[in-house]
Design a protein around this ligand. Structure first.
Ligand SMILES: Cc1cc2nc3c(=O)[nH]c(=O)nc-3n(C[C@H](O)[C@H](O)[C@H](O)COP(=O)(O)O)c2cc1C
Length: 379
């Protein structure tokens, strides 16, 4: 298959299926000298792994990462970083019945239409498990961003109708990234608003009894990015972010800053006025642009949201067809999240970090001064 790579200058290539031997990723283009350990990467994987709380599938996977190459004496060496996560809890028996029919909301039908052959034991490359490899790679990107004091923080913004704080007020304007992360980590749903989280938990409990699932939104903020990342035409920073986000299974929508609401605003309401601060830096008074103008970062926080659909595997009976086209009522078994949003939070964070790391490295040649700083000698 094509399309297992993401990025140009900081490039990742993932491999592996949910029911194969392992998942993994090769990270190319990571500069030498970044402090990196398996323990650090593991903290990211632990946020994604199943079985963390009652709202996550009870599938027991340790998701233990092994660093196979590219790190020596606690630092990246500049060579390819290979990371491996072995699958430990494959239970093929749970999935054998689905070989004969197409699960609604899954990629079974499209895999057969494209390849004429599929690994029916689970979602294969389309499984939510595939995102473990992205998270491992994203941890490497976060290690790089950390050295530059660039922070990435994602959180569950809403689950069904239960929304954190005021929907119109961006969290990033009210709280620091550290405050949001600390409030988020207290919620089993990764929602940084205790009241909304409690209401969403009660709602999910009701849904679980009805054998159904829910969707929601994830908001993500990147702070400390310099102005000028991204290219003005096809490789716009926001276009790359949208690509990164929409490549995550179950993500169905992307919006930056005021997003879809921009369609309802007037020009004066949408535009962010510029001013020069006391230190002489050009800044914006508001951030309805979401930190990107003309495809290039503008130096303010990059703020975006994604919409995540409800978990497609629900236990309620569903109408579908078998491979031969005959009608079939399926009843899915196995282990599935009643909500994807909460586990996908760290996936969003990691894909945003990968996008930023790639843009930072790709931008090095945009100005002669950059090149002089790296290669220049005193005249
Ligand atoms: C972190 C994560 C976990 C997921 N867990 C499940 C799951 O337990 N059950 C399920 O049916 N889908 C799960 N999914 C979603 C499916 O992988 C996805 O909906 C499916 O492959 C169809 O792709 P599409 O929704 O992008 O069209 C998960 C996705 C992510 C990102």
């Amino acid at each position: 298959m094509n399309g297992s790579s993401f990025g140009t200058s900081f490039k990742i290539t993932t491999f592996g299926e949910s029911h194969g031997a392992a998942l993994g990723v090769i990270v190319d283009g990571c500069p030498a000298g970044i402090p990196l350990s398996a323990e650090y990467i593991q903290t990211f994987l632990d946020r994604r792994k199943p079985g963390q709380n009652v709202y996550s599938t009870p599938r027991k996977e340790n998701d233990t990462v092994e660093i196979l190459s590219g790190v020596f004496e606690g630092s990246t060496t500049g060579t390819s970083i290979a990371l491996l996560i072995r699958n430990e809890a494959q239970r093929s028996g749970d999935y054998s019945e689905i070989a004969s029919y197409y699960r609604p909301g899954h990629a079974d039908f499209t895999f057969d239409a494209k390849y004429g052959f599929r690994d029916y034991r689970g979602g294969g490359r389309s499984s939510g498990r595939e995102t473990a490899a992205r998270v491992a790679a994203g941890a490497v990107a976060c290690a790089l961003l950390d050295t530059l004091n660039i922070k990435v923080c994602a959180y569950a913004k809403s689950i069904n109708e239960y929304v954190c704080f005021d929907t119109k007020e961006y969290l990033a304007e009210r709280y620091s990234v550290e405050e949001i992360a600390s409030m988020r980590d207290k919620s089993p749903l990764n929602m940084p608003d205790a009241d909304a989280s409690a209401k969403a938990e009660a709602y999910l409990q009701r849904l679980r009894e009805e054998h159904n699932s829910a969707g929601g939104t994830i908001e993500c903020v990147l702070t400390g990015l310099p102005a000028g990342l991204g290219d003005p035409v096809f490789e716009k920073f926001d276009a790359r972010l949208a690509h990164a986000m929409l490549s995550i299974g179950a993500v169905k929508g992307f919006e930056l800053g005021s997003g879809f609401e921009a369609a309802l605003l007037t020009g004066t309401e949408q535009n962010d006025p510029f001013y020069t601060d006391e230190a002489g830096n050009i800044k914006k008074r508001t951030n309805r642009a979401g930190g990107v103008l003309g495809g290039m970062t503008d130096g303010s926080d990059v703020l975006f949201r994604v919409a995540v659909k409800p978990t497609p595997s629900v236990y309620a009976p569903q109408e579908t067809v078998k491979q031969d086209g005959s009608a079939y009522t399926c009843q899915i078994t196995g282990r599935h999240d009643p909500i994807i949003v909460s586990r996908a939070v760290v996936v969003v964070e990691c894909m945003a970090a990968l996008t930023a790391a790639d843009a930072l490295l790709s931008n090095l040649g945009s100005k002669l001064e950059h090149l002089k700083m790296i290669y220049g000698t005193e005249q």
